[in-house]
Each structure stands twice: as structure tokens, then as C-alpha cells.
Design a protein around this ligand. Structure first.
Ligand SMILES: [Zn+2]
Length: 693
């Protein structure tokens, strides 16, 4: 961890060119990466920031089929939209490349060929579903039919969303391809598998021992993957769209999108600079991948194993993945259009790029999923950016023009008091706090410290009250010195704020440079913490509004727009299927499941728990004994209607006290999309205490 590096390469996950970017994407990796990069650039680090569109993969070909255009048309459209959104939000990539470029095709084909020539792939033939009309192999999701459990005619090949049953395509009654409506057939196909299990011992050492400083959420996911055992993964697919597999006998096959996408970081660096190898092949390069949590396995396990297998490349020093940002209490869903789109934000809030950057960073899902609400957006803007940061800078400018002739006043050292000195010392203290937090990828904390410095500035000015000193200036001309000192310090503080805020709020820092009439070179990080950034006697421009108040009406309009545009349900044949279901938890082994002791039971009595709206106290007959169980179902069932019902109980769960009652088990319930609870019960009446497995 204390290794010293001479250059840094930062990558941000390649967005998929199948739609525009939303604010969850920004919060997940692009903004934190940009803050980190801008900070390192201000420190004069040798750093490159690469990204680009991920333009391969099945969903793009399917969208193209449905729209009757070519896959290239689809990616051209969204590459342009995505690139523009990033640029306008100030995400400062050194290059925004694309995986359809010839350099990328060559680089990833060469990469594959090197592993192939080393004999590292396993070749396997398997049977897969095939649509003879559309002439494509079908992922389970692209097959629909009637659910054998509930009769829902629109069940998918992997799941019925009506009854929640997990399915496989052969279980569907009357299966059809969602693309052509043809009956899918099974067909043999050959693919090349990368044996991840061979890298398991090395990965365990490299991640869990050598990189134990990674974020907890990242280590946790890695550990759960490693603990459950890795398996070979197919690195090729049957498709016409993608990087052709550079091997004889591989016609109609392309590289798996997750094989070629991370190689996109290498090809983007190649397109950026002829010195790309310095960043990829020298041990003193610090490689940092910024991603969202859904990409952890690819960046921490699969790609490093590929790099290791290939040899000659640096491995990531850190992968600071964020969790997810929900919107107004609900998971982002592009198919339901439950999202705040960046290109729409930019139209609705022109000039407010930094407000979104601020809110998404202050509320970033760094350690757990977080919620974005328009109300919080308004509050943070109005009560932090406007009332603290903007207010401090504006007061300083107005008073400096009014009481000091529009010039930087002198600092009269002989009358400095403890309050002045403490304020001056806070500059350097804040610099260290911000630095430490950014270096450890704790951007929320770093940003908090920046705002806190402005907060201290407001408090300082309030205590010094230069406007009161000005009232008695005629009788006490020596008051001018006090006024000068206060405003001198506030001006130097403003210069510090511009430097410290620059990685987070680059548009604002630029405006502040304009007000101070300084070149942007002043924003170099080495200047942070200094007390003499603006020279005495230097005349400054008039105040400029840094942030504007956001009105209730604007927020209401956004909330209505979000709700009005959200689609209720997705018709499987009309839209790419991506239902709003919770992501599947990390894989477990049978032994994990085997630890659960599940038994059937019968509810013998039920009563409400006093002062607890949601709880019912139940007596459940388990055959061998009767137990008291407290269950949070009172909003869904009355005590009378559930007596006599069969239930399934987790009987070896540690007892837990709820409202003073010890609950000796848990009853299994299913929750439907409308939030209603349903009992899980055997289809027939059986003896209480029967085992469930
Ligand atoms: Zn069903």
C-alpha cells in the first residue's frame, strides 16, 4: 500500500452504448473518478483518465433488430449522446474512445490470441437455444412462454414474474423467441472458456492479503465470489457483432463483451498517447478502476486474472467501487424509465452543472446504496451551496467593494488576534483533511471539509462584524485596520476555497478565478493552505452569482415529470426485457443453505401487539412444540383470518426480542410487486414440523 508510484492511470467503467446516461451512473463512478483526477492534475501528477463507450454485446444487436437498423446505427446514436453528457457535466476524460474502433478490435483480438497461443483456454461444445428465423442464439431472457406453475402466458425463460418461480426455457409451455416469435431449437456450439479456478489461489493472496486496504464493499463481494469457488467462463459468444474471435474455425463468433470491454481501457490509452505502454507496462504506474458495484467481479477477479495470464501488464492498485443510487426511494430502472437522465437535467437546469456534481458527491453511495430525492437536491443547493458557500463569497465581495475600495486590503499583523490566527490556520488544516480523504477515495468527507471551511468563514465574519466597525469609522478611524484584516483574510479564504472546491465544482472555481482576476494556474494544489494568494492592493472584479436558489416549483415539476414518464410495466415483446427485480444475492454453496432449519407449522392463535401497528404475536404449532413468533404482518392480515393457516418457519434463527416479546423463529413470506405479503405454504395440508428443503 505504501508503494510509491510515478504515474497514475485512471479508468471509469465503459458505459453501454444502448441508451443515455443517468445520474446513478454519474454518482457511481464518473464523478468520483473525475474528482480524483482533477485533484491529481492540480497536484501535477502524471495522470491519464480514460473511458469510452462499450459498443458490443447482445442487447445492442437485439435493439437494432427491433428498430430495423444496424447495430452501428445504435451505437453511433448513443455514443454521441453519452459523450456529450459527460463533456457538459465537466467529466474531464483525456480520451473518450469506443470499442468499435479498429485499434480496440486489434488490441483485444491480440490479447485473446496471446492467451490462446499459451494454451490457456478450454474448448467446450454445449447445446444452446437458437432462433432459426432471426439466426441468433438466445439468452434465456429472450425466450418467453407459458409458466407451468401459474399459467402466466408471458413468463421468461429464466423466471416467471407473476408467480416468482425460477424457470429454465425447457419448462415453458409453448416457448417462443421474443425476437421472431419462432420456436427456439437446441443447437450445439463451441466456445472458449477461461478457467478462472486456476487463478483462485493467486487471487486470494493478491486481493485478500495484498490489497486488504480496498473498500469494504469491494472486498466483501470479492471474498464471497472467492469463497464460493470460481469456475470456467465462456469468453466467446455466437454473434456477428463484436470483436471476431481470431482463431481458425471460429466463424460467427465474437469475444464475450466482458472479455473485450476492460481491454478497452488499454486500447483507449493506445489511442490517447504513443507512450501508452508507460501507463500499462511499468510497475510504478498506479492503475485505478472506478466502477459501480455491479462491475466488481469483472474488475477485481476476471480482468486481473486475464492480465495476469497475459503477462506484462500492471494490475489495478485499487478498485474503489460505489454502491447504487436509488431515485425517490426506488431502484433506478431504465426499462421502467425510472431515472433522471443527465442530458435532460442539463436542459432543465442550465448553468447548474456544479449543483448536480455537488449533490451527487455529497450524497454519494460510497459505502451503501443511497437515495436521490429532488427535495434533498433543493435543500442541499439552497442551504449549503447558496446559504453557506455562495453567501460567504458574495458577502466578502460586496463588503470588500464597499469598505476597501474594491482592492485587496492590507493585513495589519500587529493587531491580529486569536480569531484571525485561527481562521488563517484553518486553510492549511482543511487542505490536509481534504487531501487525506481524497487519497483514500472518501469524496463525501473531502467535500464536507470544503463546505465546512466556508462555514467557518461565515462564522468568522459574523464574529468580526466589519459592517459594525464601519458605522463608527468617522469617530474611530483606526477601525479601518480591523475591517482590512477581516476582509483580507476572507479574500484569502475565498482563494483557498476556489482551489479546494475545484476538483468537485470546476465551473464554480473558474467563475471565482474570474472574480479574483487570477489565472487558473492559481488553482494548483500547491497553493492550497497558503495565506497570501491575492496580493495587497490588487483590484478585483465585482461579485458574480455563484449559485442561485432553486424554487419549489422547479422541484415539483421534476417529481411530476419523473412519475409521469415512468412506465408501469414492460410488455415482453415490445421492449428489451429488464424487469424491476432485486439483484440476485451473491452465490452460496449448499452448506450455507443447509444451515437453515425450515419446518412447516400451523398458526394456532394470533393477537395484535400493543403499540405496534405492524406486529402480530402468533402461537405456531410445530408438532414437537408450540412457539411464540412475532411477525410484521399486521398491516396485511387480521388475527382472525390467519388462525389455522399452514406456514413455513425458520426454526433455528436466534431468538429476538420485539416490543418485549421474545420471537422464537421467523415465518417465510413472499412480497409481490405491489408490496403485499403472501404466506409461503405447502400445496397440501401436512403434519406440522415437517422438514422443508
Ligand atoms: Zn408463474
Amino acid at each position: 500500500m505504501n508503494k510509491s508510484f510515478n504515474r497514475i492511470l485512471v479508468s471509469a467503467a465503459l458505459p453501454y452504448a444502448n441508451g443515455p446516461v443517468h445520474i446513478g451512473h454519474l454518482a457511481g463512478c464518473y464523478l468520483p473518478a473525475d474528482v480524483y483526477v482533477r485533484y491529481q492534475r492540480a497536484k501535477k501528477a502524471d495522470i491519464k483518465f480514460v473511458c469510452g463507450s462499450d459498443e458490443h454485446g447482445v442487447p445492442i444487436t437485439i435493439r437494432a433488430l427491433r428498430e430495423g437498423v444496424s447495430p452501428q446505427d445504435i451505437v453511433d446514436r448513443y455514443h454521441a449522446v453519452i459523450k456529450d453528457s459527460f463533456a457538459r457535466m465537466g467529466v474531464s476524460f483525456d480520451i473518450y474512445a469506443r470499442t468499435s474502433s479498429p485499434v480496440h478490435h486489434q488490441t483485444s483480438a491480440d490479447f485473446f490470441r496471446t492467451l490462446y497461443d499459451k494454451g490457456l483456454f478450454e474448448e467446450k461444445e454445449t447445446e444452446q437455444y437458437y432462433d432459426e428465423q432471426a439466426r441468433v442464439f438466445l439468452a434465456d431472457r429472450y425466450i418467453t412462454g407459458t409458466c407451468p406453475v401459474c399459467g402466466n402466458p408471458c413468463a421468461y425463460g429464466d423466471q416467471c414474474e407473476k408467480c416468482g418461480s425460477t424457470l429454465s426455457p425447457e419448462q415453458l409451455i409453448n416457448p417462443r423467441s421474443t425476437l421472431s416469435d419462432a420456436v427456439p431449437v437446441r443447437k450445439m456450439t463451441k466456445h472458449w472458456y477461461f478457467p478462472l479456478q486456476d487463478y483462485e489461489p493467486w487471487l486470494k493472496q493478491w486481493i485478500l492479503e495484498d490489497h486488504a486496504h480496498w473498500k469494504n464493499n469491494v472486498l466483501g463481494q470479492c471474498k464471497s465470489w472467492l469463497d464460493s469457488g470460481l469456475q470456467s467462463r465462456a469468453m466467446t459468444r455466437d454473434s456477428q457483432w463484436g470483436v471476431k474471435v481470431p482463431v481458425e474455425g471460429a466463424e460467427g463468433k465474437v469475444l464475450y463483451v466482458w472479455f473485450d470491454a476492460p481491454i478497452g481501457y488499454i486500447s483507449a490509452t493506445k489511442e490517447l498517447t504513443p507512450e501508452w505502454a508507460n501507463y500499462w507496462c511499468r510497475e510504478d504506474t498506479k492503475l485505478v478502476h472506478f466502477i459501480g458495484k455491479d462491475n466488481i467481479v469483472f474488475h477485481c477477479i476476471i480482468f486481473p486474472s486475464m492480465l495476469k495470464a497475459h503477462g506484462g501488464f500492471v494490475l489495478p492498485e485499487n478498485v474503489p467501487a460505489n454502491e447504487f443510487l436509488n431515485i425517490e426511494g426506488d431502484k433506478v430502472s431504465t426499462s421502467r424509465n425510472w431515472a433522471v437522465w443527465v442530458h435532460e437535467y442539463l436542459e432543465d437546469f442550465p448553468g447548474c452543472e456544479d449543483v448536480l456534481r455537488y449533490v451527487l458527491c455529497a450524497n454519494a453511495p460510497e459505502t451503501k446504496d443511497n437515495d436521490f430525492t429532488w427535495k434533498d437536491f433543493q435543500d442541499r443547493n439552497n442551504s449549503e451551496l447558496v446559504a453557506i458557500f455562495g453567501n460567504f463569497v458574495n458577502r466578502t465581495w460586496v463588503l470588500m467593494h464597499k469598505l476597501c475600495g474594491g482592492k485587496v486590503p492590507k493585513l495589519h499583523e500587529n493587531i491580529l488576534d486569536d480569531t484571525d490566527r485561527a481562521m488563517l490556520e484553518a486553510f492549511a488544516i482543511t487542505r490536509v483533511k481534504v487531501e487525506t480523504a481524497i487519497e483514500q477515495y472518501r469524496f463525501r468527507e473531502a467535500l464536507y471539509e470544503v463546505i465546512d471551511l466556508a462555514r467557518q468563514g461565515n462564522r468568522y465574519m459574523q464574529e468580526k462584524e466589519p459592517w459594525i466597525l464601519a458605522k463608527t469609522l468617522a469617530e474611530k478611524p483606526e477601525n479601518q485596520k480591523g475591517i482590512d484584516n477581516c476582509l483580507h483574510i476572507c479574500l484569502q479564504l475565498t482563494a483557498n476555497l476556489a482551489i479546494l472546491a475545484n476538483p468537485f465544482l470546476p465551473f464554480t472555481a473558474k467563475k471565482m478565478c474570474h472574480m479574483m482576476k487570477v489565472v487558473e494556474k492559481m488553482l494548483d494544489w500547491e497553493n492550497a493552505g497558503k495565506c497570501r494568494l491575492l496580493s495587497v492592493g490588487y483590484s478585483l472584479r465585482g461579485p458574480q452569482l455563484l449559485f442561485r436558489k432553486i424554487e419549489d416549483g422547479e422541484i415539483e415539476a421534476q417529481v411530476s415529470k419523473l412519475r409521469a414518464n415512468a412506465k408501469v410495466a414492460v410488455q415482453p415483446a415490445a421492449e428489451a426485457p429488464a424487469p424491476a427485480h432485486a439483484p440476485v444475492k451473491p452465490e452460496i454453496v449448499y452448506d450455507d443453505f443447509g444451515k437453515l432449519d425450515l419446518r412447516t407449522g400451523i398458526i394456532r392463535s394470533a393477537e395484535k401487539v400493543e403499540k405496534a401497528d405492524k406486529l402480530l404475536k402468533l402461537q405456531v404449532d410445530l408438532g414437537f412444540e408450540t412457539r411464540t413468533i412475532v411477525s410484521g404482518i399486521a398491516l396485511h392480515f387480521t388475527p382472525e383470518e390467519i388462525v389455522g393457516r399452514q406456514v413455513v418457519v425458520v426454526v433455528n434463527l436466534a431468538p429476538r426480542k420485539m416490543r418485549g416479546i421474545e420471537s422464537q423463529g421467523m415465518i417465510l413470506m413472499a412480497e409481490s410487486a405491489d408490496g403485499k405479503l403472501h404466506f409461503i405454504q405447502p400445496a397440501d395440508m401436512i403434519n406440522p414440523g415437517s422438514g422443508v428443503s
